[in-house]
Structure formats: structure tokens, C-alpha cells
Design a protein around this ligand. Structure first.
Ligand SMILES: [Zn+2]
Length: 392
């Protein structure tokens, strides 16, 4: 007796982007996933496409790993108190993003800063996004902001409870590199990843983190190396690119000129594999549903990066740096995809050329864990062609 397994077949794909900078484009016109995991891709005639419960006719559009936003500030469900806004996560899904990573739930009104309270909030936030995915979006949250007085046992307790991320170092009362380093080391010892607020204060109450503090603290991710919004002086940004093996995170809600400086420096140093993207929304400058696509187009056009490589910044690079099982077209990884095509009336002969000319693509569908989560985007420009769901 065979048990039926949930099977997805996407056929008639025009172009497959891999998410890997080493080989950003893959051969094939078809992809098969089972039980929410990628099984195989290639020429349809070589694949077993029988018995699918979901069949998508891609209609010749491009398939890429679902985009990852490495830097968001969620609070609860699909609501942000920062801008009193509902459904910003659903809107972001319509921008091709399928995974969000919290850099701290700092916009919670009355956010507790005592140790018991901050740990309780982090654990609760990790749980409520694990238990509830807004519109299907994967939200990795529960990212406590470190405060003075935390001990090694606090990090062990957080890790034991399922917390895997620290919020941005520097947004709490720990403002010196030595203390921050100690806490980041404790976090790392228990498998908790760390990031840091780089640059000037973002809003009243936040502070300056300069390159010396970033270097001394040694987080896994250099959060918004292009500032959020206020960037460090150029020499400090190039110094961070030179000295750090950490992820170099460029965000939408930062300084665009500094973003290009970081990108160009990383390229000169042969460190494009360290570049990852975030929005830093919701924030003072709002939520950015198309922020990741806008960063891909902006960095591709002004940074002279082939579009297929720029998409890797928002997919495979982030997945590798963040130890996520998504972001790359590879057997066994999560079947999280965005299907998109050149926007109607956008210049360029292909979607890649159009993006490299600075245009956004049109999103036609998102898929998470093998399930269709959205169809034609309500937010991007309309695509020339749209994928469609077929009756199996
Ligand atoms: Zn920040």
C-alpha cells in the first residue's frame, strides 16, 4: 500500500534562478516537489510528474527561490504598531518574499526591558509566529534585544526555549563593545545568531554604533551596513567590508549611496557571497512590500551586478548565512518559490535585462512549502505573462 504524498509539479518554466552566486542559472523547464521539499528539476521528459496534487503551468515565466528579507521588525500577527498598519506581511508576500527574519520586536508598545520580561517577550514572539504564519509567510522571530545584566544562563534559557536569534545589538542598554562581545559569544555558544545595528541612531532613543564597536562585538551579521538610516562614514564602511567575514547586510531603509559603496567594496574584495538584503521595515519609513525587489533592481542597475546574481543576495546568500533550509534550488530544501516575469512595457529584451535596467519584475505567484500562497501580485507592476494553477 502506498500512502499519498503531497506533490507539486511546476511545468513550462522559462528560466530557473538557483539562488547560488557560483551558478545562478539552472537548466530545465520543470520542477517537482514532494511534501514541501524540492525533489528534482530539469527537462520535463526526464522527470516523474505523475500523481501531482498541484500542477502549475508557469507559462514560460521565471522561477526563483522565494525571496528572504533578512531584516524586519515584526511585532504580532500581520499588524505593526509602528505605522498602525495591518497586512504588511501579506503585502510583502505579494512582493515575492516568502521568509522574514526578525531583527528584534522593538516596536511592541511597552516593550519590557527587565530580564524576565524581555526573555518572556522573545519566547512568546518566537511561538506566535511559529504557530501562525500570516498569509503563509515564514517569520523567524523572537529576537531579544540584549540589556545590561544578562548572564550566560539567560542565553542558555532562551536557546532551550527555542530562541535562535538576537535582535540588533545596540538597541538596548548595552552600548560598549566588550559587554556586547561577551553576550554575543554566550549567544553563539548556545546556537543563537546575532546581528548589530550599524550606524547612527534610527529613531529617538537609539544610538550610534561605529565600526570599532561592530568589529569588537563580532556578530554573525553586520546589520544594515548602509545605515538605518544614517550610515557610517565611508572609510568605516570599507573597513568593515575588509575586516569582517560576517554577512554584509544592505537594507532598503538605509542610505542608498552607502549601499553602493558596500556593494562595490565587497565586489573588489571578492566578497559578494557575504552580501545579503533586508528592508528594515516596518520602521519610521514605513513597511516596504516591494523593498527586496527594489534592492535587487537598484543594486543590479547602479552596482553593475547581473540580475541573476543580485537575486542571490536575497535568496541563497541569506539562506547560507542564516542557516535556513530555503533560498536555493537544491534537492531537500523547502519548496519556497516566487514566479515572476518582465513587467509589462518595461524596457529590456528579457526579465534579467529589464531588472538590470532598474525595473521591477511582475510577481505572478508565490509558493511556500509546496503550497500556492498568492497568485498575481496586487503590488508589483503587472507581468507580461502569468503562471496558472491547473486541475490535476
Ligand atoms: Zn537598526
Amino acid at each position: 500500500m502506498t500512502t499519498s504524498r503531497q506533490k507539486l509539479v511546476i511545468r513550462n518554466i522559462g528560466l530557473i534562478l538557483s539562488g547560488r552566486t557560483e551558478k545562478p542559472i539552472l537548466e530545465g523547464d520543470c520542477l517537482v516537489a514532494e511534501e514541501g521539499r524540492i525533489l528534482a528539476w530539469g527537462a520535463e521528459k526526464d522527470l516523474d510528474i505523475e500523481g501531482a496534487d498541484t500542477i502549475v503551468d508557469a507559462n514560460e515565466v521565471t522561477l526563483a527561490p522565494g525571496l528572504i528579507d533578512s531584516h524586519v521588525h515584526p511585532v504580532v500577527g500581520d499588524y505593526t504598531p509602528r505605522q498602525q498598519q495591518l497586512n504588511w506581511i501579506d503585502s510583502t508576500l505579494h512582493g515575492g518574499v516568502t521568509t522574514l527574519i526578525s531583527a528584534g520586536e522593538v516596536h511592541m508598545p511597552g516593550r519590557p526591558k527587565d530580564l524576565v520580561g524581555l526573555k518572556a517577550q522573545a519566547i512568546a514572539a518566537q511561538r506566535w509566529y511559529e504557530n501562525f504564519r500570516p498569509s503563509g509567510m515564514k517569520v523567524h522571530a523572537g529576537a531579544p534585544i540584549i540589556e545590561q545584566g544578562m548572564e550566560e544562563t539567560d542565553f542558555k534559557e532562551l536557546a532551550d526555549a527555542g530562541v535562535k536569534l538576537l535582535g540588533e545589538v545596540g538597541l538596548g542598554s548595552v552600548k560598549d563593545g566588550r559587554t556586547a562581545r561577551q553576550m554575543v559569544d554566550w549567544a553563539r555558544k548556545y546556537g543563537i545568531q546575532s546581528t548589530i545595528h550599524t550606524g547612527g541612531p534610527s529613531i529617538p532613543g537609539s544610538g550610534l554604533i561605529d565600526a570599532d564597536m561592530v568589529l569588537e562585538t563580532g556578530t554573525d551579521v553586520i546589520g544594515h551596513i548602509n545605515g538605518g538610516h544614517t550610515a557610517l562614514p565611508d572609510d568605516q564602511i570599507t573597513c568593515l567590508c575588509e575586516k569582517c567575514q560576517s554577512a554584509l547586510e544592505i537594507v532598503h531603509n538605509g542610505n542608498e549611496r552607502s549601499a553602493l559603496l558596500a556593494l562595490n567594496t565587497a565586489r573588489e574584495l571578492d566578497k559578494l557571497g557575504q552580501v545579503i538584503l533586508g528592508t528594515d521595515g516596518p520602521a519610521g519609513s514605513g513597511a516596504q512590500p516591494l523593498g527586496i525587489l527594489r534592492m535587487v533592481a537598484m543594486l543590479s542597475t547602479f552596482g553593475n551586478v547581473p540580475a541573476e546574481v543580485a537575486f542571490c543576495f536575497a535568496t541563497g546568500n541569506t539562506a547560507r548565512r542564516r542557516n535556513l533550509d530555503t533560498g536555493i534550488i537544491e534537492a531537500g530544501r523547502s519548496a519556497d518559490f516566487v514566479l515572476m516575469d518582465q513587467a509589462q512595457h518595461a524596457p529590456g529584451k528579457t526579465i534579467l535585462e529589464s531588472v538590470q535596467l532598474g525595473n521591477l519584475p511582475g510577481v505572478g505567484m508565490t509558493i511556500i512549502d509546496g503550497h500556492i500562497c498568492s497568485e498575481q501580485s496586487r503590488n508589483t507592476p503587472p507581468a507580461e505573462r502569468l503562471p496558472c494553477r491547473l486541475q490535476p
